[in-house]
Design a binder for this molecule. Sequence first.
Ligand code: PAF
Length: 290
Amino acid sequence: MQPDSPVRVVETRAALRAAVAELRADGAEIGFVPTMGALHEGHLSLVRIAKERGARAVASIFVNPAQFAAHEDLDNYPRTLPGDLAALADLGCDLVYVPSAVEMYPEGFATSVAMRGVAAGLESEARPHFFGGVATVVLKLLNQVRPDFAVFGEKDYQQLLVVRQLVRDFDLGIEIVGGPTAREADGLAMSSRNVKLSPEGRDVAGKINGVLAFMVERLEAGESVESALAFAVDALSMAGVDAIDYVEVRCAETLEPLDPGPLDREARVLAAVRVGGVRLIDNMGATPAE
Ligand code: PAF
């Protein structure tokens, strides 16, 4: 229970259904923002998008065990519920759904979503379990909330495309809105992992977005994909990252690899790197030269 919560909180599917029906009573749209809590400006900007569209904003906070592998330490995932609820209240969020693990995965739960296509490669190389867990919980959350639209951050670009695919494949009829990546003053993409960086690691992390932005500039000026990639590998290494899980230029819509040579369609540059034991991801859009 959240007796002193500054924002309306529900913890069960039944209470959620009733509260969402009330919010809809005067014909308002419902905009949904699923989160795992530990909220930062990146999450809050997604709630703001829902409010700016004139919708009633419903957020969820659920640390989803299904998207963690055994070695990924679910128990140490940051949990900051009182602060999260206060931040959501300040934004005028209309409802927060905070289900328990048993509410989401009751005894006997036996079904999960397996995805190919946009879910293959990139994040799935390092985290093969991840998108199955995300797709399963997002399908459940979308069915439970039944919003008109849901907002997902572009920071997790592959996840955004996975969710769009899921909604298409299961005929959910819910609009999926992408929210621009929120960035620190030096351009570092906001992430709940940033707090784990040492001061030295934080300096290195602040250079990643500059490398991607320069890659985009080069691609948009007509440089070949292979040359922009070679530049990025060198520049990330010189910036001081410990390891590059991937740096790629992919089709922005399907995430398929692109042909060598200059861009022939809208593309996305995506990178995952390790800095002082912290895995960081970022991405940016690139448009072919005229
Ligand atoms: O991006 C996240 O925080 C999670 O993957 C999501 C979409 C809330 C599903 O658990």
